[in-house]
Ligand binder design. Structure first.
Ligand code: PMV
Length: 341
């Protein structure tokens, strides 16, 4: 069995509470207002994050780069309540305290609250529930933005990115719209591992969600990336693949070279899934419909249409194309949900 030498990092003693102490040293632990509300967008990685050097702090083994999806994301309202436990709703539905979703949120809130303060958290996702999009990224980003208001920390977006990372790795990229690079950082405490916005607009670029299945995934991304890191021989090549793709993707963004961006993003996603197929046990997020859609995209490309895809920890594809081709793409994929970015 292949074991990465980076296991050393995973044994570091730092925990989430230490990061919070470092970042919020002289800041209030008492809410400064009764409630706060914030929105954060979903982000789609063009160069993926897959594998951690520190599981506790969600520190990645490589950098990654994403684009945020405009108005698709999460709005979270937090209210101080007089109760013995947190009250949590998701899309207007109450979620039991015993549910994993509530447990994860309450554990995250424990990092920040003092004493017995309880909260009501109302989370609304504007991403279709069936989309299989990682709403945990926008969810944790919206929550830290709301907490920043509630406690009046006045943190910088970079500091909030670090706090969001503690909830879910990719959440650190959801603090901004547009392109964001998550710089992996080197420090053991993770204070240099956060999102950095790339302030380049690309109005011609379009992203569409091709939803083929809304089944809950059998293996979480947290679990899948760890199995891959530990057992896949192909994972040895992953850091090199990412280093190469990041250069290609950043250059493509600077030069607004769509074909270069699409090629690199699609290749990066397929390489990530290849590392998973070579894991033991194998992890395969694709369904037959996923492969059919891939074939259709490759066929359209052969016919001259510049269209590419990327795929995350699920069977659905995200299509990349240019605004000028919107009508042609919609004709080929009538169910496509086109995002404003
Ligand atoms: O941050 P997590 O644990 O939800 O993992 C995200 C993993 C991918 O979506 C597959 C890749 C990425 O960079 O977003």
């Amino acid at each position: 069995m292949y074991r990465a030498s980076h296991d050393l990092y995973a044994r570091c003693a730092m925990n989430k509470q230490d990061t919070v102490k470092l970042l919020l040293k002289n800041k209030s632990k008492i809410p400064q207002q009764a409630s706060a509300k914030a929105f954060a967008p979903v982000n789609i990685a063009l160069c993926k994050y897959w594998g951690k050097r520190n599981q506790e702090l969600n520190l990645p083994l490589t950098s990654s780069l994403s684009i945020s999806l405009g108005t698709k994301g999460t709005t979270t309202e937090i209210l101080c309540i007089d109760s013995y436990q947190d009250e949590i709703t998701l899309n207007q539905q109450p979620i039991a305290a015993s549910d994993d979703f509530s447990k994860k949120l309450s554990a995250f809130l424990n990092l920040f609250r003092d004493g017995k303060q309880c909260f009501r958290i109302d989370t609304v996702n504007t991403v279709p529930v069936a989309a299989g999009l990682a709403s945990s990224a926008s969810g944790f980003a919206a929550l830290v933005l709301a907490l920043d208001q509630l406690f009046q920390w006045q943190c910088t977006p970079q500091e909030l990115s670090i706090l969001a990372r503690l909830g879910s790795g990719s959440a650190c990229r959801s603090l901004w719209q547009g392109f964001v690079e998550w710089q992996q950082g080197q420090r053991e405490d993770g204070l240099d591992s956060h999102g950095v916005p790339i302030t380049i607009q690309w109005p011609q670029l379009c992203i569409g969600l091709l939803i083929m299945s809304s089944d809950k995934k059998a293996v979480s991304s947290r679990e899948a990336m760890e199995i891959t890191r530990q057992t896949s021989i192909l994972y040895r090549a992953w850091p090199e693949q990412v280093a190469h793709d990041l250069v290609l993707i950043k250059n493509a963004i600077t030069q607004q070279n769509f074909v270069a961006l699409g090629c690199a993003a699609e290749n990066n996603a397929l390489a990530m899934h290849a590392t998973m197929l070579a894991a033991n046990p194998a992890i395969c997020y694709s369904q037959p419909q996923t492969l059919t859609a891939m074939q259709q995209i490759w066929q359209l490309r052969q016919q001259g249409l510049a269209i590419y895809f990327t795929q995350d920890a699920g069977p659905n594809l995200k299509l990349l194309f240019q605004r000028k081709d919107l009508e042609t793409v919609k004709n080929s994929f009538p169910a496509l949900d086109v995002c404003e970015i």
